[in-house]
Design a protein around this ligand. Structure first.
Ligand code: GLU
Length: 487
């Protein structure tokens, strides 16, 4: 199925909301395809829906794409030879095609009113048959239609779909997909207000921008025959296609707000590592082989092929996403990870602005590295390692209320105070205290951990006392029983 045209692909978002996970995945596949075969990746903003467009949506889409590290060769901020890249600035370029369509008769003025159309639909519903558009205007002569138009009668321009035509597209994921033109109604190509519709301008723009492969969501498959008819009417070369599978929630239904966040921006704010989310998005319908879940961008580009995208719906598996995030976090260098968690630590009031090079912070990050998956999770987990005293949580206070717990903590504090700092083998100190008090190891470990960290989880205790240092460790062991008792 190799095309001999230079590879030019595009992502064409409408700025009517935040970038959806599905849109991000489509953009990523387009980018990966272009980058893997030396083609061009174009960003075209489909902003003709003036009622729903917003500057804020546009900005958040651009920010999300940049956050993912997807760079475009042509588009906003990267002008190329095929601009403008905002559809709203291309409106003039559609006039010739419209004039030609009217002249050649593949576009016609339709004067059917909304009421007439609704009555046709209703009749079809009653007869339990599929509604097929049937306009008396189809048979009007161009002169009559023009005269009514000139006289001010409202009308739209419909595409005249000829019956019994075969429309076959080359789809790199689905193989050849055939439609009969009998399944396609005479669709509206230009609205009453003169604005051309998506299917019409999409074909015109893809053609003008010399798009070789249209890679987009499966939900657009129904639009493809309409767009192909435009190419055919104008005698333009047709692109090849790749309709990527729907993204499904774990319940097997289309991914929706109900089953998880659907906007990429929500994942950015929640502190997902960029490369992990990028990797996970690739796995939504694509695989580099049968066994590798985690791969670099270089590996992706080496292996990328539209053929490796599956037809079946892709499950958005949040457990897998969390696992991949954890894997990326574990493999990051400590300074890199410290820089990534820093904004969350500043927000939580744990450190100052310029703390990323601070050795103490890096030490805490290293101790917690195995324990979190999102950048945002570090600050709440490690909060107890900052400041003089931690906020002892409910479980920590409960651990101290246990029989003998306060004695164990006091005894350990006294032993540490007498010994060298840092103790050569902290666990043997703990064992010694347990032995003297004739209690199990857990009876000492649990309240001591609670006293030192403010909670019951966290890294090994010897790492904890290293991070806290002598003064803070002793202070916590001394003051915890008093604080807890004063409650
Ligand atoms: N603006 C359309 C969308 O956001 C583009 C569809 C296409 O890629 O053709 O769904």
């Amino acid at each position: 199925m190799a095309s001999d045209r230079p590879v030019r692909v595009r992502f064409a978002p409408s700025p009517t909301g935040m970038l959806h996970i599905g849109g991000a995945r489509t953009a990523l596949f387009n980018w990966a395809f272009a980058r893997s075969c030396g083609g061009k990746f174009i960003l075209r903003i489909e902003d003709t829906d003036t009622a729903r467009n917003s500057q804020e949506s546009l900005q958040s889409i651009l920010d999300s794409l940049r956050w993912l590290g997807l760079d475009w060769d042509e588009g906003p901020d990267a002008n190329g030879d095929f601009g403008p890249y905002f559809q709203s600035e291309r409106v003039d370029s559609y006039r010739d095609a419209i004039a030609r369509g009217l002249e050649e008769g593949w576009l016609y003025r339709c004067f059917a009113t909304t009421e007439q159309l609704e009555a046709q639909r209703e009749a079809a519903r009653e007869a339990k048959s599929n509604w097929r558009f049937d306009s008396a205007s189809r048979e009007l002569s161009a002169e009559d239609a023009n005269a009514r138009h000139e006289a001010g009668e409202a009308n739209v321009l419909r595409f005249r779909v000829q019956a019994d035509q075969n429309i076959t597209i080359r789809d790199h994921i689905r193989g050849d997909v055939s439609f009969s033109s009998n399944e396609v109604e005479d669709w509206v190509a230009v609205r009453g207000n003169g604005m051309p519709t998506y299917n019409f301008v999409c074909a015109l723009d893809d053609s003008a921008m010399e798009i070789s492969h249209v890679i987009r969501g499966e939900e657009h498959l129904v639009n493809t025959p309409k767009q192909v008819l435009v190419y055919r009417a104008l005698g333009l070369p047709e692109p090849e296609y790749a309709h990527v599978p729907l993204i499904l929630g774990k319940d097997g239904k289309k991914l929706s707000k109900r089953t998880g966040d659907t906007a990429l921006g929500d994942y950015i704010t929640a502190g997902y590592p960029t490369d992990a989310l990028f990797n996970f998005l690739c796995l939504l319908g694509f695989s580099i082989d049968d066994k590798t879940d985690v791969f670099t961008r270089e590996q992706l580009l080496e292996a990328f092929s539209l053929k490796r995208i599956s037809k079946a719906g892709a499950i958005f598996d949040t457990d897998k996403l969390a696992w991949i995030c954890g894997d990326y976090v574990r493999r990051m260098s400590v300074p890199e990870l410290t820089a990534a968690v820093l904004p969350y630590c500043i927000e939580a009031g744990l450190v100052e602005e310029d703390a990323s090079a601070c050795e103490d912070l890096q030490q805490v990050v290293a101790a917690f590295q195995e324990r979190f998956q999102l950048y945002s999770e570090f600050a709440p987990q490690a909060a107890g390692m900052f400041g003089e005293l931690p906020d002892w949580d409910k479980k920590a206070r409960k651990a101290l209320a246990a029989d003998g717990a306060a004695d164990a903590v006091a005894k350990l504090a006294a032993t540490l105070e007498e010994g060298a700092w840092p103790p050569e083998d902290f666990m043997s100190v703990v064992k010694g205290v347990a032995g003297e008090l004739e209690v199990g190891l857990g009876k000492v470990m649990k309240p001591v951990r609670a006293a030192l960290t403010g909670t019951l989880g966290g890294p090994e205790l010897d790492a904890v006392i290293q991070m806290l240092g002598r003064e803070r460790s002793l202070k916590r062991l001394r003051e915890f029983p008093a604080t807890a008792a004063s409650e």
